[in-house]
Design a protein around this ligand. Structure first.
Ligand code: HDE
Length: 754
């Protein structure tokens, strides 16, 4: 019936659909549901469903607070209209007095179109402006009701829809993805007891201990206010001036200067809730908890020279990677881990669990895997979903509660507040991406852009005229954990907060030598950009307390003498933490092998087409992404008469876009061998420690590019596989092994040989 009705009506005149059963179904063609593919469906993952994404709300339920179908608009087969639904006859010409005359004020169609355009932009997020997001779901492994009544954890196998946004912090909305920066990792769980937002980062600690300092931190790292430079970079005087005067930032700085701050992919980084939270069970008993997201693909990073070049080659590198992985069905996954400990245990720790510059070592409290998150659908519309999603640390559900971490306490205020200015009013919870799956009933009314049409005369509680509804949930509702407190009202902090270096030392000592070298180099790079010598000296004065060798190496890199150590703020004995192997990126190679890794196969006239076909098939079979790269697009004449189609040119697809390179027999022939781009490509692959597989005369091309055949000490380079033929025994497997693990860093030198 609905379809027939729609067919009879040429325009969007859906007024009759307000009545009867038809009102509960989307007007055919004007909205689309995942089960109902439409001609204009543009993304492969559009068909993937979930409770949040899924189909129609039950009868009587406000469609605006239920799944997204009702909000999706598809204009396939539809006539162009104004925002009032009036069909537009001509979208190309304004209304003029004569063909060459002035435009009339009467042209409401022109004015509506231009006015709407004039207001298309909203303020970008003051921090975390650049980001990308995806839909998915969380699946619980087990029933956790003994420790928490939170809805996602009430039974094994329970599915909760999620929307996840990853971001950089400092850059503006159009900045580059691969800047050295902390990455945001914000998860909105649409639980059946309301929305729970776990608004975390990919680094488990933070720069500061108290919300009072956050505006200063953000001002210091953002572009300097007089000339708005530099974009998306902490490598400038203001940032280092601030942190050098804020020794509590030292631990975080070590993480930020590590390869954690230049991830290979959003899919290959951890996430952390950072603060200590509380879990509360139905009996009202509480334990402390730290949240961890561990990527199934393992933790992998870029190297700095590569990250810097990627900012030019593809500023959307992480955004594209996330989008393409989901479109290809290689759904990114993370395991959720909890570190659960009691208040009594916390009292025994050498650090204060309320201090967000400290982490709880996994060796002290193991991480218990409690579920898995899968991202399986890209947003339909970047603005409507990714830009308008509003994460708030205040969004907790029964079973999850706050602690007195003074940074967390300030965040509880900040996130709701910032949405009011960013999204233009207090009704941002009604924007479809923010609306909970759980129903919303209260007496909050009106405000800008109100969507819900509340019925009835009663908008207060208690009431008798509406039978007391909506009524208080009592024990069923959110009850704050009744933590007993009897203290003076003061500004200050506990003494353990004043110890700033012991965990920074633990982190540094837990890194592999390669990771340690990258940390030292990153300090050297950033401080080289700092113009004020006293700022450099103060930073190194802090590093002396972390590791004197690190401090000496950074000072040496800057051509300065070692300055005096910074004064210590704490008189307590410095704790000594054992090395924590879990803190090294190398601890998590991941379980997905070479899947989603991008491999360039260099090709030109005279290459071994059969060999290329074989490795191409083997790469595809393992889920990797091969690309045939050459001097110019199009068909190349292969050896023996076949042909190879070059998919992308060296110019458009430079080395940094690939995780590894294959150099077939015959690649040393013709134009490929003569170009500077080929040499640059191979040298960057080598410099960035990527696996290289050459067979036959392909090895000649490596020699022409001067790639060293062995490591500097004369031993074999584990990332350089040279074989007589594509199918030589063990050759491809050795290449795949080098590609699936971490990079063959053994060849790295500082400064680089090539
Ligand atoms: Fe945020 N932060 N933050 N932050 N934060 C924002 O909220 C703030 C902090 C984090 O993808 C803002 O909606 C204060 C820690 C993420 O949309 C704002 C303090 C952690 C995102 C804000 C902190 C984060 C934000 C800007 C110190 C890791 C992006 C736009 C008291 C645990 C979420 C917005 C998204 C965004 C304030 C510290 C993570 C202004 C005041 C610690 C992932 O409200």
């Amino acid at each position: 019936g609905n379809q027939q009705l729609a067919a009879q009506m040429p325009f969007n005149a859906d007024k009759p659909l307000e009545y009867g059963d038809a009102a509960r179904q989307p007007h055919q063609g004007s909205t689309a549901s995942p089960g109902d593919p439409v001609a204009t469906a543009s993304t492969a993952a559009e068909q993937n469903s979930s409770e949040k994404l899924g189909s129609e709300p039950a009868a009587g339920v406000n469609r605006l607070i239920k799944p997204l179908d009702g909000a999706r608009v598809d204009s396939g087969g539809q006539v162009l209209t104004t925002n009032q639904g009036v069909p537009v006859a001509d979208n190309q010409h304004s209304l003029k007095v004569g063909l060459r005359g002035p435009t009339t004020l009467e042209d409401f169609i022109l004015r509506e179109k231009i006015t709407h355009f004039d207001h298309e932009r909203i303020p970008e997020r003051v921090v975390h402006a650049r980001g990308s997001a995806a839909h998915g779901f969380f699946e619980a492994y087990e029933d956790l009701q003994a420790v928490t009544r939170a809805a996602p954890f009430t039974e094994a196998g329970k599915i909760t829809p999620v929307f996840v946004r990853f971001s950089t912090v400092a850059g503006e909305r159009g900045s580059s993805d691969t800047a050295r920066d902390v990455r945001g990792f914000a998860v909105k769980f649409y639980t059946d007891e309301g929305n729970w937002d776990l608004v975390g980062n990919n680094i488990p600690v933070f720069f500061i201990q108290d919300a009072m300092k956050f505006p200063d931190l953000a001002h210091a790292v953002k572009p300097e206010p007089h000339h708005a430079m530099p974009q998306a970079s902490s490598a400038h005087d203001n940032f280092w001036d601030f942190v050098s005067l804020m020794p509590e930032s030292t631990h975080m700085l070590l993480w930020q200067m590590s390869d954690r701050a230049i991830p290979r992919s959003y899919r290959m980084m951890q996430g952390f809730g950072v603060h200590t939270f509380r879990l509360v069970n139905a009996a009202g008993e509480s334990v402390f908890c730290k949240f961890h997201w561990n990527p199934v693909a393992g933790t992998h990073s870029l190297v700095w020279d590569e990250a810097a070049k990627l900012m030019g080659a593809d500023p959307d590198y992480h955004r594209r990677d996330l989008w393409e992985a989901i479109e290809a069905g290689a759904y990114p996954q993370w395991e959720l881990g909890l570190q659960i400990f009691t208040e009594e245990q916390a009292d025994q720790f050498e650090f204060d669990v309320l201090d967000p510059t400290k982490l709880v070592p996994e060796e002290l409290v193991p991480v218990r895997a409690v579920g898995r998150m899968t991202l399986n659908r890209n947003p339909d519309n970047f603005f409507a979903e990714t830009e308008q999603v509003a994460f708030c640390t205040a969004h907790v559900v029964p079973g999850i509660d706050f602690t007195n971490d003074p940074l967390l306490q300030g965040r509880i205020h900040s996130y709701v507040d910032t949405q009011i200015s960013r999204l233009g009013g207090p009704n941002f919870h009604e924007i479809p991406i923010n609306a909970p799956v759980a129903q919303v009933h209260n007496n909050q009314r009106d405000g800008m852009h109100r969507q819900a049409i509340h019925r009835g005369r009663v908008n207060y509680e208690p009431n008798s005229l509406a039978g007391g509804c909506p009524f208080q949930a009592g024990q069923m509702g959110f009850n704050s954990f009744p933590e007993p407190i009897s203290e003076d009202k003061v500004r200050g902090k506990p003494e353990k907060f004043a110890e700033h270096y012991a965990q920074a030392r633990m982190f540094f000592e837990s890194q592999s030598p390669v990771e340690q070298a990258h940390i030292a180099n990153a300090f050297r790079f950033e401080l080289t950009k700092v113009q004020t010598p006293a700022v450099r000296a103060r930073v190194i004065g802090n590093l002396i307390h972390v590791d004197p060798m690190l401090a000496a190496s950074v000072a040496d890199g800057l051509g300065m003498d070692l300055p005096p150590p910074a004064p210590l703020a704490s008189t307590l004995p410095q704790p000594v933490y054992p090395v924590s192997p879990a803190l090294s990126l190398l601890a998590r190679p991941g379980a997905t092998g070479i899947a989603t890794r991008r491999v360039a196969i260099l090709a030109g006239d005279g290459v071994d087409a059969a060999g290329i076909d074989a490795v191409y098939a083997a790469l595809r079979g393992a889920g990797a992404v091969p690309r045939i790269v050459g001097v110019q697009l199009g068909a190349r004449k292969a050896a023996g008469g076949g042909r190879v189609d070059v998919e992308i040119s060296l110019e458009a697809g430079p080395s940094v876009l690939y995780d590894a390179v294959i150099v077939p027999d015959g690649a040393d022939q013709g134009r490929l061998a003569l170009t500077g781009q080929t040499v640059e490509f191979l040298r960057d692959q080598y410099r960035h420690c990527k696996p290289i597989f050459a067979w036959g005369s392909g090895a000649e091309l490596l020699a022409q590019a001067n790639l060293p055949p062995t490591l500097p000490d004369g031993s074999a380079d584990p990332g350089l596989i040279i074989a007589p033929a594509a199918d030589s025994a063990g050759a491809f497997d050795a290449f795949a092994a080098a590609l699936s693990g971490h990079r063959p860093f053994a060849r790295e030198t500082d400064p680089p040989l090539l």
